[in-house]
Design a protein around this ligand. Structure first.
Ligand code: NAP
Length: 523
């Protein structure tokens, strides 16, 4: 059933009030506001959402995986049924094309169903059983069993650059709900209407599947107060965030200062180095330029995996550079997600262009209120000497760093942590540069050979994470089934009888899951 947007938060199964006006949404293409007025959650509403989430947690986390799976699948069905509304409103709120809205809706529902399959199958809990050895000398061994348990209510900050797949019912929410954690989502002010449409889908699914009230709430808010109140609330046990480094670190500091500090899984800035090796460049320089340009300008460069840094060997790559410069100079302008992001991109590219050692190789003509692609270059020595050149330019701009191939590994070893590292090499030259690949591996979450960093497959082996500051915790991923681990902790039971153990840890294995029993993986 379709209800018109109301502009208010969703607090459990009820609506928030209309006291704190945030104004209407802004169309980034025109700069004009449109549609209904939105209202931020009050302090009392944050409190109520947290109280409901706290009450829902013991009930929701105790449900069998099959019930939670049914809930996730129902959310996916509801979102699919809302795709026409999303496709209509999304481009107005985000400047992203309708096709992207439809594609991202499919990715979001796919993620929800992937987590549904995971928890229904059940082996994800990593059940471990070590039977007692009462006769062991010099001391008897106790019966010990452990498995993953959910942390508790999770606060999810919606991303500006993924209005669906990293927002209200995106990867963070799907993995937290799958783990057994209630979610309170904080809408992003760039797309409040999409947030509300998807939030209503989640609430409808929760009601229809008989989930406890408070398993999900959606709060509108601006000016940081709602976000800070959530992170500081004692009920909240973990945070999922995608956005700026300053935002992520502010939330981490707030979480660390709590009487009970909690984990913040923040995905922040990255420049995702691309290393081009001589023989690959000589063999297919123009084709690499074509592919790199596509990756650089995809979604107006507003991807965390955007290739913002290219290592180019001295004496090679003239055809590559000529082609890339030609493409960038002729590149079209694009609307960015909001005026703040567009201003930040223009400031970042102007600042880099003003550095004496940096050469602007190509830039499409500037257009007011829109971004255009830019290509810069600098020597390896100057890149190393100036940390300002290592920062993310969120948008379609990249910096080519030229130097000796044999010096790349050392420079890469000194880079900040990144989500993705890409290398273009021929079969013959890859083994010759094993040290470079090893250096890259230490700095990134995902290595790509002869491809491009954008395009994050959603599947069990995906790692979309990386060392600081690409994420706050390089051991985690926010895409793929391993994302569920962020919202769990392993708990051990020592000496408990079967009747008092979770089903997953009973000797007869009633769920038929894969387990580690006395050191052997077995079903
Ligand atoms: P943002 O400014 O970090 O905001 C994201 C969310 O976090 C918003 O809901 C915001 O709440 C909240 N927030 C931010 N700082 C906070 C603080 N100090 N205390 C409490 N809550 C806080 O990110 P954005 O709006 O998406 O984009 C801004 C910049 O982030 C971009 O220009 C880009 O440089 C970077 N960015 C990077 C990536 C990436 O993947 N690498 C993705 C998106 C953005 P409010 O609504 O209350 O402000």
């Amino acid at each position: 059933m379709t209800t018109p947007l109301q502009g208010t938060s969703l607090i459990g199964f009820s609506r928030g009030g209309k006291t704190k006006s945030l104004g209407p949404a802004t169309n980034p293409a025109s700069g004009e506001t449109f549609g209904i007025e939105y209202f931020g959650a009050s302090e009392a509403e944050v409190e109520q959402a947290a109280r409901l989430a706290g009450e829902a947690f013991p009930v929701y986390s105790a449900l069998p995986g099959s019930d939670r799976a049914g809930f996730l699948r129902r959310i996916a069905d509801e979102i699919e049924a809302a795709v026409e509304r999303i496709a209509e409103l999304g481009p107005l709120e985000t400047g992203l094309p309708e096709a992207r809205m439809r594609g991202e809706t499919g990715r979001t529902t796919g993620q929800l169903r992937m987590f549904a399959d995971l928890i229904e199958e059940g082996s994800w809990v990593d059940a471990r059983i070590d039977h007692a050895q009462p006769e062991r000398q010099p001391l008897p061994k106790p019966d010990l069993r452990s498995m993953k348990r959910p942390l508790g209510p999770v606060a999810v900050f919606c991303a500006s650059n993924f209005p669906l797949a990293f927002s209200v019912a995106g990867g963070d929410t799907a993995s937290a709900l799958a783990a057994g954690c209630p979610v309170i989502a904080k809408a992003h002010s760039s797309h409040p209407g999409i947030a509300e449409i998807v939030g209503e889908c989640v609430v409808r699914a929760a009601r229809d599947c008989g989930m406890p009230e408070g398993v999900f709430s959606l709060l509108h808010g601006g000016g940081r107060d709602v976000g800070m109140a959530l992170v500081g609330h004692p009920v909240i046990q973990a945070v999922g965030f995608t956005g700026s480094r300053s935002g992520g670190t502010a939330l981490m500091e707030a979480a660390a200062k709590r009487p009970q500090p909690i984990p913040v899984h923040a995905e922040m800035s990255a420049v995702n180095p691309v290393v081009l090796l001589p023989a690959a460049l000589d063999e297919r320089g123009e084709a690499i330029a074509d592919g790199l340009f596509g990756s650089l300008t995809l979604g107006a460069g507003q991807f965390c995996t955007n290739p913002g840094l290219v290592f180019l060997p001295d004496g090679h790559g003239e055809a590559f550079l000529a082609k890339l410069s030609e493409l960038v100079a002729a590149g079209s302008s694009a609307v960015m997600l909001n005026a703040g992001i567009c201003d930040a991109f223009k400031q970042a590219t102007a600042a880099i262009a003003a550095i004496d050692e940096v050469k602007t190789l190509a830039a499409a003509p500037d257009e007011a209120g829109r971004c255009t692609p830019s290509l810069f270059s600098v020597s390896l020595a100057d890149f190393v000497a100036n940390p300002a050149l290592h920062a993310e330019m969120f948008g379609p701009a990249t910096l080519v760093v030229r130097g000796k191939t044999e010096e790349f590994a050392e420079v890469i070893a000194g880079l900040e942590g990144q989500l993705v590292g890409t290398i273009h090499a021929t079969d013959a030259e890859l083994p010759e540069h094993a040290g470079l690949v090893a250096a890259l591996e230490k700095r990134v979450g995902r290595l790509v050979l002869n491809g491009f960093p954008t395009g994050v497959e959603v599947c069990p082996s995906m790692v979309h994470g990386g060392p600081w500051p690409s994420t706050s915790d390089g051991r985690s991923t926010s895409v793929g089934t391993l994302a569920i681990d962020r919202f769990c902790r392993q708990v051990a039971w020592q000496g408990f009888p079967a009747a008092a153990l979770p089903e997953e840890l009973r000797d007869d294995n009633p769920r038929g899951i894969m387990r580690l029993v006395d050191g052997v993986h077995t079903r």
